[in-house]
Design a protein around this ligand. Structure first.
Ligand code: NAP
Length: 359
């Protein structure tokens, strides 16, 4: 029997779609992604990008709350195995004071909310799709297939790298695209670090890293940040952040024993280069949608984002295939907008299935 709806992904869009689809009696199956080193390195592990952040201050319904109350909430809302995933957040410096919810908390709650209404979860990647057949056929990593009457794609986007050979060489040995995942590692503590980029991510990562590092160089190719004013102010007033305007990363310097030891920067206004001693480089230069597995099956734009084909709807170029979240949104890219489009996709899928007499 084909599934009524298969949801691919596990960020806010996917879980919101699952909550709505489950409550509409569609018995959704979510492929939440596989736990592999490849997914870890490229930032595509289950629970998506929000799971890689610390405090989320802009997701509505999470005002500051006492950390001990958050712990109580998690204990009450989650089964023990899921609570165990979050337990680290309730000890040490996170265990006291008032704070917003953390990304991993919000994501674990969303996942649990989907489970509570009967969502089935498979911890695997969909690596291939055949949307030319009906029911659709989706293939997981080890070749297992699942048939689906409708599909919601919510695979999100991942951080970009510059593509320098030296950057690749030192990935996991001083080069990272996720300050929150790696910033607290001993190799980065009390050492100078470099962050590349000028958007909200670059500023957020610099601010975060300044808590561990001796100094953070924020390297931007222009003389003005793209980041929002409030985030800019935080970085520009931070005594541990030094701006390196009008510069790009030319090479990551290092050796096999120590990993990254420095960076060579090139000016964007003249031919000058300069070398900085740093023990880590964090890339924050935007994102790429996770659409490689679609391979010509759905219409994508020139950057690889899925194109929504109907105004105000989550329809794609294939009837019965819907898209939600960052995989189809290069503009807003917020957790709350992703959740909103996840809801829309579930409603679109339910109505489409019903119009076609399939539920
Ligand atoms: P972004 O806004 O696209 O910024 C990317 C930055 O990287 C830009 O400053 C860009 O420079 C620079 N860049 C791109 N390619 C480069 C290259 N090849 N070499 C050097 N620099 C390069 O991406 P983002 O910062 O990841 O933010 C994405 C979205 O998420 C935004 O909508 C943002 O508001 C949101 N976000 C929000 C928060 C928050 O509210 N807490 C945190 C993070 C992200 P140019 O400026 O010259 O183009």
């Amino acid at each position: 029997m084909p599934e009524k709806v298969v949801i691919i992904g596990s960020g806010p869009a996917a879980w919101t779609a699952a909550i709505y689809a489950a409550r509409a009696n569609l018995q959704p199956v979510v492929y939440e992604g596989a736990i592999t080193e490849e997914n870890r390195l490229q930032g595509t592990l289950p629970l998506g990008q929000l799971n890689l952040t610390t405090e989320v201050e802009n997701y509505p319904s999470w005002p500051f709350v006492d950390a001990a109350v958050m712990e109580q909430f998690s204990r009450s809302a989650l089964p023990p195995d899921q609570f165990a995933m979050l337990e680290g957040y309730y000890h040490g410096k996170h265990g006291t004071g008032r704070r917003s919810a953390f990304g991993p908390e919000i994501m674990t709650y969303m996942r649990q909310q989907a489970v509570n209404f009967g969502t089935r979860i498979i911890t695997d990647d969909i690596v291939q799709v055949d949307f030319k057949r009906r029911p659709f056929v989706l293939t997981a990593r080890e070749g297992q297939t699942v048939q689906a009457l409708s599909v919601i794609i919510a695979t999100g986007a991942r951080a970009n790298y510059l593509g320098l050979p030296s950057e690749d060489k030192y990935k996991n040995n001083g080069v990272s695209a996720c300050a929150v995942c790696d910033g607290a590692l001993p190799r980065f503590r009390n050492k100078p670090l470099a962050v590349i980029g000028g958007g909200d991510s670059a500023v957020e990562e610099s601010t975060y890293l300044s808590k561990f590092a001796s100094n953070v160089y924020l390297v931007h190719r222009r003389d003005q940040l793209r980041a929002s004013k409030i985030m800019q102010a935080r970085a520009l007033q931070n005594p541990k952040i030094t701006m390196k305007w009008n510069r790009v990363l030319e090479e990551v310097l290092g050796n096999d024993k120590d990993g990254v030891t420095g960076v060579r920067l090139k000016s964007t206004v003249d031919q000058q280069t300069e070398t900085l001693e740093v023990s880590g480089v964090f890339l924050a230069i935007g994102h790429t949608p996770n659409t490689k597995f679609l391979q010509g099956q759905v219409k994508l734009d020139d950057k690889g984002y899925i194109i929504w084909t109907k105004p105000q709807r989550t329809y794609t170029s294939v009837e019965g295939v819907f898209a939600a979240g960052d995989v189809a949104d290069s503009y807003y890219r917020q957790a709350v907008t992703a959740a909103g489009t996840g809801c829309m996709a579930a409603i679109d899928a339910e109505r489409w299935l019903s119009e076609h007499g399939q539920v």
